[in-house]
Design a protein around this ligand. Structure first.
Ligand SMILES: Cc1cc2nc3c(=O)[nH]c(=O)nc-3n(C[C@H](O)[C@H](O)[C@H](O)COP(=O)(O)OP(=O)(O)OC[C@H]3O[C@@H](n4cnc5c(N)ncnc54)[C@H](O)[C@@H]3O)c2cc1C
Length: 373
């Protein structure tokens, strides 16, 4: 079979792969984006839509810096994708709160935020612990059980499906080649010389990026890489549209552009099981109603579960293969938040052929796993 030549192959058309593929194409690299399709697990179609900073990277300030950098890139990403596709990504970054329902929760949160600031070192880390009376002014309709919250100005949210659609549309509009129903199994790897067969076609390029979400665990070793990611289930509920207005997102409750409330999202270690369970749905709804009693009057109109792409320590994994330079992998459980960084910071590094030292701490080598030879 004749190979179709490209400058870069990206495997996986979810938020991570699409952001990188768009970023590469934007850099002028002829890029092909291969996606398995609906038979795969796809976190990008089932997430909560937060562009969230405040709790990311406790004990790992390099992750906090990367997350902050991404949140800072988001307005430019949204503006550029909006201009190219006409898509309103619904980005709002008004700051966000983590609500606490007991004094104990509030004390734990305060300790956590103080540590975040300390670990931020020279970079300012602005936050406040806000007690209930002031919080009630900020968030009308707050329940009597809420004792306070942590607040940072860095948090926000967006419409994740529009983001995914806009990334694909901008990629294709800039001349990128998207191939759906194209599962990559085997591939041929040599330094800066890769070939894969997918969807009955063969593609060759000097660079390959493995961004196949949970599929990366199997795929990475074939390219001298390691991606020890596991599934972690999250369940989400959506209410009918509300007359009330929630002015900023919380860690587990956000109001969409259209007015619905999204209530989330559990963290369950149940393997590749995407069933929904009444007990977890009840817990999610129960906590939301304790935070904002008026939510109890709204009907739940949709609910789903999806699987996060989780590394053993919960941090992203970015790597370039030592054995096959030109092969990269990208894995994370915050693909909405990190879309700004993936499209506008990581893709230029991959285009230049080298990851920046700021990403050194994200190597899979930190798990003491040996990349397959
Ligand atoms: C319940 C829940 C809530 C979340 N909330 C947030 C949030 O609020 N904010 C946030 O930032 N993040 C959130 N996330 C995480 C976010 O959704 C993920 O980080 C992101 O979607 C991961 O994108 P991905 O492209 O790596 O993976 P996926 O979306 O899983 O995409 C992987 C793609 O690779 C393809 N694929 C797999 N194997 C192959 C193969 N062999 N060949 C070709 N293609 C292949 C699949 O078809 C799939 O389309 C949440 C996730 C969940 C589950």
């Amino acid at each position: 079979m004749r190979s179709e030549p490209f400058d870069a192959i990206v495997v996986g058309g979810g938020l991570v792969g699409a952001a990188i593929a768009w970023g590469l194409q934007r850099q002028g690299l002829a890029t092909v984006l291969l996606d398995e399709g609906d038979t795969a697990f796809r976190a990008s179609r089932g997430n909560f839509g937060l562009v969230w900073v405040q709790s990311k990277g406790l004990g790992a300030p390099w992750y906090q810096r990367w997350t902050r950098a991404s949140a800072a890139e988001w307005p430019a990403l949204a503006a550029e994708l909006g201009a190219r596709t006409g898509e309103d990504l619904g980005l709002r970054q008004p700051g966000g709160v983590h609500l606490c329902l007991s004094d104990r929760e509030m004390a734990d949160r305060e300790a956590r935020m103080a540590r975040m600031r300390q670990e931020a070192g020279n970079q300012p880390y602005e936050y406040r612990m806000i007690a209930a009376p002031e919080l009630r002014q900020m968030l009308p309709g707050l329940g009597p059980e809420v004792v306070g919250a942590s607040w940072t100005p860095y948090d926000g949210h967006a419409n994740p499906l529009r983001l995914l659609h806009a990334l694909h549309t901008a990629f294709a509009g800039a001349g990128g080649t998207y191939v759906p129903e194209a599962r990559v199994g085997e591939g041929q790897a040599a330094p800066r010389d890769f070939a894969v067969t997918a969807g009955g076609r063969r593609f060759a390029a000097p660079r390959i990026v493995l961004a196949a979400g949970l599929g990366n665990a199997d795929l990475a070793p074939r390219f001298g890489l390691s991606a020890p990611v596991r599934p972690q289930r999250g369940q989400v509920l959506v209410t009918e549209r509300a007359a009330e207005v929630l002015p900023m997102p919380t860690t587990t409750i956000r109001q969409t552009q259209e007015g619905s409330l999204m209530l989330g999202d559990s963290m369950e270690e149940v393997g590749f099981d995407i069933r929904q369970t009444p007990d977890v749905m009840r817990q999610i709804a129960g906590r939301a109603v304790r935070c904002f009693p008026w939510i109890g009057r709204l009907a739940i109109v949709r609910a789903w579960s999806a699987l996060r792409v989780m590394a053993p320590d919960g941090l992203p994994v970015y790597d370039e293969s030592a054995r096959f330079p030109g092969a990269f992998t990208a894995n994370c459980h915050s693909g909405v938040t990190l879309a700004g960084a993936h499209a506008r910071l990581l893709a230029p590094m991959i285009a230049a052929g080298r990851l920046d030292p700021m990403l050194d701490r994200f190597t899979a080598g930190r798990f003491d796993v040996r990349a397959a030879s």
